[in-house]
Design a protein around this ligand. Structure first.
Ligand SMILES: [Zn+2]
Length: 482
């Protein structure tokens, strides 16, 4: 039986985070009463004229630049003609052609399974408008909600032949792409609300074959998990079919979340003819080099570059850096603390440890919490200078989190500074040894594991304020002499 290799192409639609729709001033939002954000333009009334949304065009250009695309210095909008009840105009404004989309011939890097990165080619990044949404009515009939009609939509399509070969790579591609869009502030990335929709197409072919297999396209995927499971399912299904000598058909398949299986929706006998033509109502977009370069210069540092910098310049582990970079605000908070002079590793440990835990428990975001980056830096310094022990620091942090009071003030008020006075520590050690003669006897008979218990008792005796290093030394010395 031959071995097979899979090829996965990805088509992602992202709703842009603009204030208003693509060609009218209706607001863009999620949910709400049907048909409350509509006007004659987005309802496609005769005689209306569209005016392009400049912010949407800039967002697509930024995305294209972040995805290393070439930019079409002249680009036109086309009409894609088809009939469907959710499309009031009878056509969708979109962009057609190889080099007409705002961005083309780019790539995105994903972490490779064996370390390093893998480039996934991007064929096009273009701008279009969303359609309305069909809905079932409680009365049993169907209705159309046009609130979404005309919302600016960006389509990002990977190159052919596809670079993605496994379900993991498909998921990773989508995760990285979402990450970049959220960092750029062009899409909120909420897959569950339909802000980002993904349609992978999958084919398999025998290893070594130059000819690509018949592909199927998957619909209704609304999470990273369903993309990964859906692609894996299709690869298995197609290999099993080919192994029994069956012929695959080019088809569109739906994804059943509960059964974790795909099902046939429709067979694609031939490509639809949409009769694309340039939209006569919209003038061609023209850009100049200077404007594009200014936009390129305005791009924020992207997640993968940030991750690399945290690892290489700040000495963080891949894991720690990954946790920080996963959320843009979280990364910004970290960078503010480091800018204030906080030790990167120590700040990172507090953030990914106690701080993250408390934020999770209370459902807050870092920026909305009472702990400022300056607080964190102060706390880290109090520990580094030996003013407070790590144990006390945890209590101080919890109080800062609760009250917003600065760590140094809390330490001062509590008299919680660390005891580094050797005399005080030694007398505490002697008291503990005297009270625990039986444990000392065990230690003397070779059961040295009880040493930890004795350290704990000394820390209790000093209310956690003793310098643990000095306690250990004093205890060793006292046991030696006991
Ligand atoms: Zn409108």
């Amino acid at each position: 039986m031959p071995e097979y290799v899979a090829s996965v192409g990805m088509e992602v639609h992202a709703e842009l985070s603009t204030q208003s729709k693509m060609f009218c001033r209706c607001p863009v939002a999620f949910g709400g009463e049907p048909n409350t954000r509509v006007c004659p333009i987005c309802l496609g009334m005769p005689g209306t004229l569209p005016v392009p949304n400049r912010a949407a065009i800039e967002m697509v250009l930024k995305t294209a630049l972040a995805l290393n695309c070439q930019i079409a210095m002249t680009s036109v909008f086309h009409r894609k003609n088809y009939f469907y009840p959710d499309l009031p105009k009878g056509y969708q404004v979109s962009q057609y052609g190889e080099t007409n989309p705002l961005g083309y011939n780019g790539y995105l890097e994903i972490p490779a399974s064996g370390g390093g990165t893998k480039r996934i080619g991007i064929r096009r990044v273009h701008l279009e408008e969303d359609t309305g949404k069909l809905m079932h009515l409680p009365s049993g009939g169907s209705g159309v909600d046009f609130n979404r009609a005309g919302v600016p939509l960006m389509e990002i399509v990977t190159d052919f032949p596809p670079d993605i070969e496994t379900p993991d790579e498909a998921k990773e591609y989508l995760a990285q792409l979402r990450h970049i869009l959220v960092y750029l502030g062009v899409c909120d990335g909420k897959m569950e609300e339909g802000s980002m929709r993904c349609e992978p197409n999958i084919s398999v072919r025998p290893v070594g074959s130059e000819t690509y297999g018949i592909k199927s396209e998957l619909k209704n995927l609304n999470s990273f998990r369903s993309v990964q499971l859906g692609v894996a399912f299709e690869v298995r299904r197609q290999i099993a079919a080919l192994a029994t000598g069956a012929t695959l058909r080019q088809e569109t398949r739906g994804w059943d979340e509960n059964r974790e299986a795909s099902y046939p929706m429709r067979i694609k006998e031939s490509e639809n003819d949409y009769r694309y033509f340039p939209c006569p109502d919209l003038v061609p977009m023209k850009f100049d080099e200077a404007a594009i370069e200014a936009l390129r210069a305005s791009l924020p540092e992207l997640p993968l570059a940030k991750l690399r910098r945290y690892r290489e310049s700040l000495g963080l582990s891949d894991y720690d850096a990954g946790l920080l970079v996963a959320d843009k605000d979280w990364a910004t908070y970290f960078e503010q603390a480091v800018e204030l002079g906080g030790d990167p590793k120590a700040v990172c440990n507090w953030m990914n440890g106690d701080f993250a835990k408390m934020l999770n428990e209370t459902g807050q975001s870092a920026s909305a919490s009472k702990v400022t980056p300056a607080h964190l830096v102060e706390l880290v310094r109090l520990i580094a200078s030996g003013t407070i022990s790590g144990k006390i620091a945890k209590e101080v942090f919890a109080e800062t989190f609760r009250t917003g009071q600065a760590p140094a003030q809390i330490v001062e008020a509590k008299g919680a500074t660390q005891i580094s006075d050797l005399g005080a520590i030694e007398s505490a050690v002697l008291r503990v040894l005297k009270d625990n003669a039986d444990v000392v006897a065990k230690y003397k008979s070779g059961q040295t594991s009880v040493g930890g218990f004795l350290i704990g008792q000394v820390m209790r005796e000093t209310k956690g304020r003793a310098n643990p290093q000095l306690v250990r030394e004093a205890l060793d010395k006292a046991l030696e002499e006991a």
